[in-house]
Design a protein around this ligand. Structure first.
Ligand SMILES: Cc1cc2nc3c(=O)[nH]c(=O)nc-3n(C[C@H](O)[C@H](O)[C@H](O)COP(=O)(O)O)c2cc1C
Length: 290
């Protein structure tokens, strides 16, 4: 039975503590095959995905990649290399997370790993390529299984009564949806009922569960009639790469859950006029018609 994307998102967490056990070859092949053919944000951008084992990666990148240079010790790593074109980093976030969700559907855990610059990673790992590293991910079987918590939304009573505790109960809490979705203009918070009436409650509520660098949850959405605008925060402790990766990941979650609950959407990465009073530390990164 194939699980819905919503269920996969709900039950997925970043895993940092791995068993030594390697992922079996058949499962690795399924992940690799998926990686070759999975949906992209922009099909015209060439991507090359390498799967590498612990002995090729861990000693080379520990001290360099990962929060504070501490690399997660995992049996496998995935390196996503991309052709350098407009929006290639957002595309890398989209594809990288898509593979991570696929791995999760096959019982394989993962965690994104931050890094400073592509060239150093390529040199340290002896990769021969004309592309840039856009994603590094640890893969394997986590020592602990997270308990999946689900619930129903109680309508008409606002967020405080929404019985939807997914992810809030485990290690990385998420902001309430009302803090991240605005109607018509910045700061005009949308209520649960307004979002349900517009049929965007589910997609945005699942988008909120997207992983992001340092769990900073930089995304804010503005609903302008039938247009959904995605903005992302520019923080001092994150760089442009991390902002664009975080944006790509949330676009994946939105698109997949929109497809399951509302309609097919297509993200437009071209500039949109800022008529929404967006503060200086946020910028519009994409929009879509719903
Ligand atoms: C681009 C990116 C880089 C990340 N880098 C690291 C990392 O180097 N080390 C780490 O432990 N977690 C890393 N994470 C995982 C985030 O901290 C995690 O997604 C966030 O805290 C939310 O937790 P959850 O994924 O368990 O829901 C990264 C996530 C993203 C999206």
């Amino acid at each position: 039975m194939t699980m819905e994307y919503k269920d996969l998102i709900e039950s997925k967490n970043s895993v940092r503590d791995y068993k030594e056990k390697e992922v079996d070859a058949a499962t690795v092949k399924k992940i690799r095959d998926f990686a070759q053919s999975c949906e992209r944000l922009d099909d015209s951008i060439g991507i090359d995905i390498r799967f590498m084992d612990n002995d090729t990666v861990y000693r080379q990148l520990d001290g360099y990649a990962g929060y504070k240079g501490i690399l997660i010790n995992a049996p496998h790593y995935m390196i996503v290399l991309s052709e350098k074109k407009d929006h290639y980093i957002e595309n890398g976030g989209y594809v990288g997370e898509s593979i991570s969700v696929k791995a999760h559907s096959l019982g394989v855990d993962s965690c994104w790993i931050t890094f400073k610059d592509s060239r150093t990673v390529i040199e340290k790992l002896n990769i021969v390529t004309d592309k840039e590293v856009v994603a590094i991910m640890a893969l394997g079987y986590g020592k602990k299984r997270f308990k999946k918590v689900t619930g129903n939304v109680t309508l008409g009573k606002g967020y405080a009564n929404a019985d939807f505790q997914v992810k809030d109960s485990v290690t990385s809490p998420r902001m309430p949806l009302e803090e991240i979705v605005f109607l018509d203009t910045w700061g005009n918070k949308a209520t649960v009922d307004e979002l349900v009436n517009r049929a965007v409650y589910e997609p945005l509520n699942y988008a909120r569960m997207a992983p992001s660098t340092l769990n900073r949850q930089p995304w804010r959405f503005i609903i302008d009639g039938g247009l959904l605008i995605l903005t992302v925060r520019d923080d001092e402790d994150t760089n442009l790469y991390e902002e664009q990766i975080d944006a790509g990941i949330v676009m994946l979650y939105c698109k997949k859950v929109m497809r399951e609950t509302l309609c097919e959407i297509s993200w437009n990465l071209e500039p949109v006029e800022n008529k929404y009073n967006i503060p200086d530390n946020y910028k519009i990164v994409a929009s879509c018609s719903m």
